[in-house]
Design a binder for this molecule. Structure first.
Ligand code: OAD
Length: 241
């Protein structure tokens, strides 16, 4: 389906809600969740690492995976897709950006008010206090510990089986319920509750645009399916506005 037709609808949008997934960061060199793992980690499935049970069983292994991902992300740059969303936000009266990504690349591209649905990988959280925490400088070789209370730290992300932070959930639900156009970018739409946001929007009468390199679980409910890499489709959409 053509970018021009979707741009026509977008041009008259009053409130746009955009949901992004790991596909938008693929062109920045960050592997998607359900794509193949790379190098060191190709024998591990993210489902075996991103869980509270995995952390309880082997916190060192889980921390090694997160440290590897942090390094990858620290060395990555936002791509044309992230930048195009900043441009699109300038041209629509109101846009809310909800991301399942924990990489912070939208903010580094200049997006404001981003709802981080699954947290942020660069932050540490205290396992005892449940809030963002600084690392104790004492034990460099050991697992990271909280500077305040000494408890083990974990990455400040949502793991499988865990609840979404209430403010992120409420903000995203409201953005989906109140938009007149909903755009999903680079997500397989397999993980709930994020995958349910397009349905909330659709039931409230919003038009649905999907940007993905292939069909996904939400394609059947989309009004416009734009097949192609986000780093090409989103800039084309932005310049057609
Ligand atoms: P997935 O790996 O499930 O899906 C990535 C999607 O991006 C797929 O549909 C790809 O076809 C698409 N894709 C790949 N490259 C693309 C490109 N260049 N342009 C556009 N689309 C592209 O990742 P997510 O849907 O983000 O949650 O996964 C959702 C959640 O599952 C993640 O946030 C994570 C994971 O478990 C938690 O960790 C809680």
């Amino acid at each position: 389906m053509s970018v021009a037709a979707a741009a026509d609808r977008l041009r008259s949008a009053h409130r746009l809600c955009v949901l992004t997934g790991s596909g938008i960061s693929a062109e920045s060199g960050i592997p998607t969740f359900r794509g193949a793992q790379t190098g060191l980690w190709e024998n591990f499935n993210p489902h075996q690492l991103a869980t509270p049970e995995a952390f309880e069983r082997d916190p060192r292994l889980v921390w090694r995976w997160y440290e590897w991902r942090r390094e990858l992300i620290a060395g990555a740059q936002p791509n044309a897709g992230h930048h195009a969303l900043v441009e699109i936000a300038r041209r629509i009266p109101a846009m809310m950006l909800v991301t399942q990504n924990v990489d912070g690349l939208h903010q580094r591209a200049g997006s404001h008010g981003v709802i981080e649905f699954h947290g942020n990988i660069m932050r540490d959280r205290c396992t005892r206090e449940g809030i963002a925490a600084e690392r104790s400088p004492a034990n460099k070789e050991e697992l990271p510990r909280c500077a305040r209370c000494g408890a083990l730290l974990r990455p400040d992300v949502v793991w499988f089986g865990e609840a979404i932070a209430p403010d992120a959930l409420q903000g995203a639900d409201a953005a989906a319920a109140n938009c007149d156009v909903f755009m999903s970018v680079g997500t397989s739409s397999q993980v709930y509750p994020a995958a349910g946001l397009s349905e909330i929007a659709r039931q409230r009468g919003a038009a649905i645009i999907e940007v993905n390199v292939e069909a996904s679980d939400m394609s059947a409910g989309s009004d416009w399916q734009l097949l192609g890499p986000a780093g090409e489709v989103l800039p084309a959409l932005a310049s057609a506005l």
